[in-house]
Design a protein around this ligand. Structure first.
Ligand code: PEP
Ligand code: MG
Length: 543
């Protein structure tokens, strides 16, 4: 039953080019677990809290076991056995004695057990189970609901406020569409949906009225959701004629995992333009050592498409908190200690990371470029370049994501080899518009003239300074926008693997002169709507 009439159009911001029709499934996403802290309460209070949480999680496992058939019920019994392990409880009590809160004490105890069991492939699944139980117990203590409990069969459009990267990792194959009420076009939900070709519309405030069972058309190209809409009425993207030519600039791929690296290779990308290393560690509660990092990077490098591989050092913080970096609560995390700023507190991690990347580079014999995120000053750029060059045989670069560094590109001449523009964050800081705030989606639209003019400045100043420039923000995944980027003088773009084909097609269909003419023309417009309409019209005429 719905309160919305068939044909009702809900506006939002589309992600990707695929449309889908399916039934709505409403979900309440899991909140992040609080950071581990010392307690101000007594040992007894914390121990009671821990016993209580273990009891409640045990009861929940019983109820899950009762719902399923006898074979699966055994799985829940085995989990309960792990949960109630007395040795584990004793280790947690030791941590309570050291003054840790119940959640921290249990989480640490599980990590210690996991480390003992780790390395033995026979215990891999048990370690995963233990970590899952640890999360459940910690969530119970904090009063947080665990897990999305998504359907595993059928086809659904899931509708929720927004989804954390950890939530999106739980999407089952039954998730064919995603609608977020909040969350902007550059949020991580958007990035992950694009990379998995899941039809998505974000910043769709009116979706709050959708209920389970509604059938909706998710129409990303039309920036809308239509209640009861038919797939045949989905808005069509411009289809570029396949000329068989190479694109006018290389189209690399953005990746965050081994799986993405394989998809990028299958999509025929010209190398990798952004490897988001932090995505490997979003749920790691302890710092990975050099050996395990080296192994993960080597796997990814070996699977990546031919061409250079741009690896970004960790960009933890803000919307991508990494637990082991233990950031204290920040009032305004997107303006806080994130990206390269972590060097002050966590230098050893960044050094370890560069050593691991160097190991993987030498081991796989791939061409690796490294870059640091969230660089705000020329001094930071120099510090990173010096460090990276002292550790490995890399080309060295920075991300341009802050307006401050845009004004200092000339100062970087001879210091760095390349720069890559992160338009997601650059828009956020240029427009003073939180990229996670649904009310501000229009300011984060890449067609905003202020962003395009800033990009023009970056490309020309990079050229003058002899620095190779590229764009790896989500804007480069839009085929029409990628033509503008090439015309402005960027030397490469990097798109989500699922968009590499579409971006390649656009950049093969135009000549360098066409792209330049279109990019020059678009600079004259003063609104995002006019700018986009001009480019789409020019491209339609060429096709
Ligand atoms: C960006 O900010 O555009 C970018 C590519 O980095 P991320 O989205 O990972 O912050
Ligand atoms: Mg960024």
């Amino acid at each position: 039953m719905t309160g919305l009439a068939a044909g009702t159009v809900l506006s939002g911001l589309g992600v990707g080019l695929n449309a889908v029709v399916a039934e709505v499934f409403r979900v309440a996403p899991m909140q992040a677990l609080p950071a581990w802290t010392k307690s101000t309460r007594s040992f007894d209070d914390e121990r009671d809290a821990l016993r209580g949480a273990i009891g409640s999680v045990g009861a929940h496992l019983d109820s899950l076991g009762a719902k399923v058939g006898s074979t699966s019920a055994e799985i829940f019994e085995a989990l309960k056995y792990l949960l109630e392990d007395e040795e584990l409880f004793e280790v947690a009590e030791g941590n309570l004695n050291d003054g840790w809160s119940a959640a921290a004490a249990y989480g640490m105890a599980v990590n210690e057990f996991a480390e003992l069991l780790g390395g033995d492939p026979d215990f891999d699944e048990r370690v995963k189970d233990l970590q899952d139980l640890s999360k459940r117990v910690q969530a119970e203590i904090a009063g947080i609901k665990v897990g999305l409990e998504l359907p595993s069969e059928g086809s659904f459009v899931i509708v929720g406020e927004d989804f954390s990267p950890a939530d999106t990792a739980q999407f089952t194959p039954a998730v064919v569409g995603v609608i977020t009420i909040s969350g902007g076009p550059t949020s991580h939900t958007a990035i992950i949906c694009r990379s998995r070709s899941i039809a998505a519309v974000v910043s769709c405030a009116a979706a709050v009225d959708l209920v389970d069972g509604d059938v909706v058309l998710v129409d990303p190209v039309g920036d809308r959701v239509v209640v009861g809409g038919e797939i045949s009425s989905a808005t069509q993207a411009i289809k570029f004629i396949d000329t068989g030519r190479e694109p006018i600039i290389p189209v690399r791929s953005n990746i965050g995992s081994l799986d993405d690296a394989k998809k990028a290779a299958a999509a025929n990308a010209n190398g990798v333009g952004l490897f988001r290393t932090e995505l490997l560690y979003l749920s790691a509660t302890s710092q990975p050592d050099v050996a395990s990092q080296s192994a993960s990077y080597a796997e990814v490098l070996a699977a990546a498409p031919a061409g250079p591989i741009v690896v970004r050092t960790i960009d933890a913080g803000s919307d991508k908190p990494v637990p082991f970096l233990n950031m204290p609560h920040e009032e305004n995390p997107s303006l806080g200690v994130r990206g390269f700023r972590l060097i002050r507190e966590h230098r050893s991690f960044i050094e370890d990371q560069l050593h691991s990347i160097e190991f993987a580079r030498a081991h796989t014999n791939r061409e690796v470029w490294v870059m640091a995120p969230m660089i705000a000053t020329a001094g930071e750029a120099r510090e990173f370049a010096g460090l990276a060059r002292s550790i490995g045989k890399f080309k060295v670069g920075i991300m341009v994501e802050t307006p401050s560094i845009v004004t200092q590109i000339a100062d970087l001449k001879g210091q760095i080899d390349f720069l890559s523009v992160g338009t997601n964050d650059l828009s956020q800081y240029l427009f003073a518009a939180d990229r996670m705030n649904p009310a501000l989606g229009l300011l984060l639209n890449p067609w905003q003239p202020a962003l395009i003019r800033t990009l023009a400045r970056i490309a020309s100043e990079a050229e003058a300074a002899g620095i190779s420039s590229g764009v790896c923000g989500e804007s480069a995944s839009d085929p029409a926008f990628a033509v503008v980027l090439a015309g402005l003088g960027f030397k490469s773009v990097s798109a989500s693997a699922s968009q590499v084909g579409a971006v390649r097609a656009a950049l093969s269909a135009v000549s360098e002169a066409d792209a330049k003419r279109i990019a020059t023309g678009v600079l004259a417009f003063s609104t995002a709507e006019e700018a986009k309409a001009f480019v789409l019209q020019e491209l339609a005429l060429l096709n």
